[in-house]
Design a protein around this ligand. Structure first.
Ligand code: DI6
Ligand code: FE
Length: 404
């Protein structure tokens, strides 16, 4: 396999503790060996022996290069939409009211169960293509709209298939504990028994990379989530949690006690929750799309997270009910305007910290030994990624060393 040289570019390496903001290198060069970066640095420092061994030279024409973007929290595979529910909410119904009346997640469960695998693939593919057209190279996809073995399996299989078809790394998360399906109404503990039964089956089929739950008064309480996390631990699967989105239920502390890789949403996170996350090395995944779309007013405690040095990731939460969003660049802007992240924190949130939120150590940063997943942008400076809305600065993705 030949070595490839990329030159005529400035590279935002996003390396931690770099001297320059964004780990920015002006007039950079990168050497790619198969799917891996072999060398990254200023072009003037490229060893001539290495340069001579490169038999393909790519001129980036002055592009800005960043790591491939990572969308670390999506529910991208689902059937139907919830535009009518959106109208109801605009007329005054709350998200929780609608959920209690059997709408909300339950209506997407119905549409997802009714969809054939091919229909589900076609509908979900549109959302995936939108993400890819903005430089996403890794994304997480959760189940959680099937809520029965057959349909959870179908969802996770579609998620895997999308990754294989489109040259993007898909990490699957089992979210069987997203809501209680109608056939278990009023019997949450019995449904949790069923979730505990199907998790090992799906895991044995190679369909599960991590386990998640919705810890909320309209979903599962911490004691119920603890049973699920104990099962995940037996299977050696990492856990993450939808925590403190609509209320503070102490989910963050529980998740941290299981060494969760991330806690997500966190609008109602307490001081104790943040301290527990810091101690456990849990990433805070901020989801400004859901905050915006639900017209929430309580912000996640970003200063508290900074004080505790909890790494912050940013993601679309792509889902039909609270964040029908297929633009990670829009989330960069909203993370800054709504949550007051700096553009550098926001970009770190869809690269280095997003990788960490998925438990992945081989990406999110451009450095020797990391995966050769990166994006070329028609931009001068990385802050511009968070700045402009709808500007389409994307030029090209390189995935696993190959221009895509
Ligand atoms: N929190 C959310 O924001 C999504 N799931 C979750 O646990 C919403 C899912 C939906 O409304 O369909
Ligand atoms: Fe979510």
């Amino acid at each position: 396999m030949s070595l490839q040289l990329w030159t005529n570019c400035r590279v935002a390496t996003m390396q931690a503790d770099a001297a320059q903001a964004y780990g920015l290198i002006e007039d950079a060069a990168m050497v790619v060996d198969a799917g891996q970066l072999q060398w990254v640095g200023p072009r003037s420092g490229l060893p001539s022996t290495l340069q001579q061994r490169c038999d393909v030279v790519h001129d980036a024409h002055g592009a800005l290069i960043t790591p491939g973007l990572i969308d670390c929290h999506t529910h991208l595979v689902y059937g139907g939409d919830r535009a009518l529910e959106f109208e109801l909410r605009l007329k005054g119904a709350s998200y929780e009211d609608i959920a209690r009346q059997g709408g909300g997640i339950a209506s997407t469960v119905q549409a997802t169960r009714n969809a054939t695998p091919d229909e589900l693939l076609q509908q979900s593919q549109r959302r995936l293509l939108a993400l890819l057209a903005e430089g996403v190279t890794t994304l997480e996809i959760k189940s959680g709209y099937g809520l029965a073995l057959l349909h959870e399996r179908k969802t996770l299989q579609v998620a895997r298939l999308l990754g294989e078809m489109h040259g993007v790394d898909v990490r699957t998360t089992f979210l069987g504990a997203h809501a209680v399906p109608p056939e278990f109404a009023g019997r949450t503990d019995a449904y949790m028994d069923e979730v505990l039964r199907i998790l090992p089956l799906l895991h044995a089929e190679g369909l599960v990379d991590a386990v998640d739950a919705f810890c909320e008064r309209i979903a599962f309480n911490p004691a119920q989530v603890a049973r699920l996390f104990a099962q995940a631990r037996r299977l050696n699967l990492p856990v993450k949690l939808h925590a403190e989105q609509l209320s503070d239920s102490g989910g963050a502390q529980l998740a941290a006690s299981f060494g969760a890789i991330s806690c997500d949403h966190l609008e109602w996170l307490s001081d104790e929750g943040a301290a527990a996350m810091a101690a456990a090395g849990t990433v805070a995944v901020l989801l400004p799309g859901a905050f915006y779309f639900l017209r929430e007013s309580r912000m996640p405690p970003v200063d508290l997270l900074r004080q505790h040095r909890v790494p912050m990731a940013v993601s679309t939460d792509c889902n039909p009910g609270t964040s029908p969003c297929s633009s990670l660049l829009l989330m960069l802007n909203m993370a800054c305007t709504l949550f007051r992240l700096t553009p550098e924190e926001a970009l770190t949130g869809v690269t280095r910290h997003a990788a960490q939120a998925l438990g992945l150590r081989d990406r999110g940063v451009l450095a020797a030994g990391m995966r050769a997943d990166f994006v070329l942008w028609d931009l001068q400076h990385p802050a511009q990624l968070s700045y402009a809305l709808g500007a389409r600065p994307f030029v090209q993705t390189v995935f696993n060393g190959q221009p895509r």
